[in-house]
Design a protein around this ligand. Sequence first.
Ligand SMILES: [Zn+2]
Length: 126
Amino acid sequence: MSLFFPGSSRCGICGEVMASGDDVVAFPAFLPRRHPLWRFSDGAFHRSCFVGHADGGAVQRLYERFLAIMDSRPKGLKSLEEINDWGRDAFNELEQDSTTESNGTDPHAPRSSEDRSVGRKRGGES
Ligand SMILES: [Zn+2]
C-alpha cells in the first residue's frame, strides 16, 4: 500500500508537499513496473492535480479494473502458486490495455503513446 503522511508526502504530479487538509488520492502498487502508467502506481496525489492530469482518467479506470479483478479472485485458491497463476492471467488484461501492439515486451521500446485512451473497450458489465 501507498502510505500517505500529511506534511511529508509529496504529490507525484506537482511535487508539492501535501498537507493534512488537502484532498488527496492515493493508489497501492497495482500496476506492473513496465506499464506506461506505472508512475501512478503506489503514489499519492492532490485530487485536483490527479483529476487535471491527462492520464488521470485512464489511471482511474485501470484502478477500478484492478479492484474488480481482485474482487473476482476465486475463493478456492490456496497455494501461492495457484494465486500467482491466476494473477498472471487476470492481470494480463490490465497490461494489454496499454501495451497493445508491443508483444515483445521490450522494456527499451519507445513509448510515444502515453495518452492513448484505454477506456474505450470495457463492456464486460454483467
Ligand atoms: Zn499536486
